[in-house]
Design a protein around this ligand. Structure first.
Ligand code: ATP
Length: 728
């Protein structure tokens, strides 16, 4: 049995993993795979390069395939025929109400409407009780209803509820009763079908009869309705927090003859039959960029290699590619798992080519990035269209992941859309993997005057074309232009010093990328072979460039933040930040392109010591930068801003709670600075090789300790002997 099989992964999938020579699951995989296989919603926060893609792809492939097999063998019928234990019903419930897998916790995150559910069983005579605990803020009403009652408990004559505002309600009549209740309060709900009355206890205190003379010609079921709230139930499986009053019994002890099964929502058994529909996939995985979508799609293809009978169909749905091909694939072959970028996915859904009716996995990879790119509404729209329970009775599972998941937007979204999610948080706040050595180099045009007499230099972005910039004139504009020139040279120096023959280089703008590409090629096309990856390049060119870089056919990939997240280039040793990102989480993502899968990587960031004036084309810029020469500042609707890198560096350090090692412009990284000499791009050396160094480092500390020990022993002996001599 392989290590992956021990975590519940099927042999067919494990075989493909073995062929990739992965012997053990990474930590995030070991934690998350069982949770997803177990049916839960999961938020995965783990370092860059820690294997999050497989952590969600493997269990999804497995469950989707198992479902396909069940459908093929006719087993995938609705699970509704099975007589359920005392739990809240996943069928007889409002659309926005979620029932946890244990069936006793319910939650609704809908803020405007009420959503309710009823128990899977009811009683037809006797005196019964159950407990409902308020487990979160929000509005709730709990009580008893017959099977004919609306799920909005207390709004028709068949339902009797007690609400958190201290009101009882039946048939839309809301009257004061008992007292208000809220988070952590325990409400005991009692029904006496002999005396025909319903009453409630709050934290064990009897609030008196709420409803008398209730009709008893129908069985009664525990019921609840919530508005952005959460409750947990105990029907008597566990000891109650407060004893039931005399003669009342827990519902679980009701004898067979008195128990009625709730078949609401289950009656139409043909609806419970799951069918394979070509354009209705079981899983939708959203990625923030085309490249990343393609990468995840390729991983799925690898993982499903040995999956047969039935085969599993995956489809890549990204922009910039002929939509007709995607539509025809959906119609002819069909797809079980779709990986895509948000815009194209929604186009296909709105056009009616793609249906979400069978979707049971909704994955947001690089979720914070998606939300920051403004896709919150789109995600909510798609989520709304997905069934919260599939035809075979499975809950919609949401998986959300990133190396920088601790963003406010993510927490808000998780609260709104996810149900009882588990945070698999391996690092706490955002962090840099130990395999990444990251350093900064100050670019100081006042100290390093080399920019004043360069024979050849990089073409700059032209921001200062109309300014009087020249050596000897120390205006902010001149220094800003000088930074741009120096950065071109510093990139060359970094490449030279570290003999970089493979690196990803991040620039702030598409223009900066183009200028650096031209400069490197102008100096030496072969020595500095490079390609660009940014939003202005055609999709085919982007794809071809990335492939060339991955295949080692060019040495440098120059890109904007479009490539900051997720791209996995095996064994990449170096990255250079020509300019720091203004979004601090992107620093983590950018430098995380190196130091992946336990290989060491070096990230060098060039940081200007003075403000640099740069392009910033906002919505007001009609051409969005193309041929724009408006060098006014943004506060007067111009398209430039002063970029304050020292501030961004401080923000990043503050965010990561570290001081980033600074190196000199000679780009030398002290060889024993981290954990001894390392070979970037290779796996970390075994402890044996650095052991000598380690003992040398420890020697003075050990010597100090031994001195202290000697001192302590002498002190003890002196005191002891003095005391002893006094006694004598
Ligand atoms: N169990 C494993 N054993 C060996 N290598 C693995 C394992 N899991 C993943 N990898 C490799 O580790 C690399 C990084 O994986 P992946 O791209 O999934 O990282 P990630 O956590 O999604 O990173 P990012 O946050 O940058 O997107 C890939 O090259 C992948 O093939």
């Amino acid at each position: 049995m392989t290590a992956f099989e021990e975590f519940g992964v099927l042999p067919e999938i494990s075989k493909a993993i073995e062929e990739l020579e992965w012997t053990l699951p990474t930590d995030i995989q070991a934690e998350s795979i069982p949770l997803v296989l177990g049916g839960g919603d999961v938020l995965m926060a783990a370092e860059t390069g820690s294997g999050k893609t497989a952590a969600f792809c493997l269990p999804i492939i497995q469950i989707v395939w198992e479902t396909l097999k069940d459908i093929e063998s006719g087993k995938a019928k609705s699970s509704v025929k099975v007589s359920p234990p005392w739990t809240m019903s996943t069928h007889d419930r409002g659309a926005a109400l979620a029932v946890a897998p244990d069936g006793i916790r319910v939650q609704s995150r809908e803020q405007k409407e009420w959503h309710g559910t009823r128990c899977t069983r009811g009683v037809s005579g006797g005196k019964w009780g159950f407990e409902a605990t308020v487990t979160d803020e929000g509005l709730c009403r709990v009580g008893w209803s017959t099977i004919n009652a609306s799920l909005d408990l207390g709004t028709d004559k068949f339902g009797f509820g007690f609400g958190g505002t201290g009101k009882k309600s039946n048939n839309r009549q809301f009257d004061n009763y008992g007292e208000a209740f809220g988070k952590n309060d325990v409400i005991t709900c009692l029904i006496d079908l002999d005396l025909k009355e319903i009453k409630f206890l709050k934290n064990g205190v009897d609030l008196g009869v709420a409803f008398a003379n209730i009709p008893t010609n129908q069985p009664y079921f525990p019921a609840v309705v919530l508005k952005n709230a959460e409750m947990a139930f105990n029907f008597g499986d566990k000891p109650f927090k407060h004893n039931l009053p005399d003669k009342y019994l827990p519902l679980v002890s009701a004898p067979k003859g008195k128990v009625i099964v709730n078949n609401n929502g289950n009656v139409n058994s043909t609806e419970g039959v799951v069918k394979v529909v070509n354009n209705a996939p079981q899983a939708i995985i959203i990625e923030p960029s085309r490249e990343l979508a393609e990468q995840t799609h390729n991983q799925i293809k690898l993982f499903k290699k040995h999956i047969k009978n039935p085969s599993l169909r995956e489809l890549l749905v990204i922009g910039g590619v002929n939509v007709k091909e995607q539509i025809s694939f959906l119609q002819s072959t069909g797809a079980d798992i779709i990986v895509g970028t948000p815009g194209r996915l929604e186009d296909l859904i709105q056009g009616g080519y793609l249906s979400l009716s069978n979707c049971r996995f909704f994955v947001l990879d690089e979720a914070d990035g998606l939300l920051k790119q403004g896709y919150t509404d789109l995600i909510e729209r798609l989520h709304k269209q997905m069934p919260k329970i599939t035809a075979d009775g499975k809950r919609l599972q949401m998986i959300v992941c990133s190396a920088t998941l601790h963003a406010f937007e993510v927490k808000k979204m998780a609260e709104k859309l996810m149900h009882f999610p588990t945070w698999v948080d391996l690092k706490g706040e955002d962090a840099v993997p130990e395999t990444v050595h990251h350093v900064v180099v100050k670019v100081d045009p006042q100290n390093d005057r080399m920019w004043g007499n360069l024979r050849r230099h990089i073409m700059t972005d032209g921001v200062h074309q109309l300014d009087n910039v020249r050596p000897g004139n120390n205006t902010p504009e001149t220094l800003s232009e000088a930074v741009k020139l120096l950065k071109g040279e510093y990139v060359l120096k970094a490449i030279e010093e570290h003999n970089m023959d493979r690196a990803i280089i991040f620039c702030r703008t598409k223009l900066d990328c183009d200028n650096l590409e031209k400069y490197l090629k102008q100096i030496d096309k072969r020595k500095y072979s490079c390609v660009c990856l940014h939003g202005d390049r055609k999709p085919n060119e982007r794809k071809a460039n990335l492939e060339m870089f991955k295949r080692n056919e060019v040495k440098f990939l120059i890109c904007t933040d479009v490539a900051a997240r997720g791209l996995d280039i095996s064994g990449l040793p170096f990255m250079i930040n020509v300019t720091l990102p203004d979004e601090k989480s992107n620093y983590v993502h950018r430098i995380g392109r190196v130091g992946r899968a336990e290989r060491m990587g070096l990230a060098i960031s060039l940081v200007s010591t003075v403000p640099e004036k740069v392009w910033y084309h906002g919505e007001w810029c009609k051409s969005r930068g193309r041929n724009c020469w408006n060098t006014n500042l943004t506060d007067v609707k111009g398209c430039c801003m002063w970029y304050n890198e020292p501030q961004y560096l401080a923000d990043i350090e503050d965010h990561l709670n570290i001081t980033i090692q600074q190196i000199q412009p000679d780009m030398k990284v002290p060889s024993d600075e981290f954990d001894g000499k390392v070979v970037y791009g290779q796996k970390r050396q075994q402890m044996g090789s650095s052991y000598k160094n380690h003992t040398a480092q420890m020697a003075p500390i050990v010597k100090d300790l031994s001195e202290l020990e000697k001192h302590a022993q002498i002190l003890y002996l002196k005191r002891h002997l003095t005391k002893a001599s006094r006694v004598v």
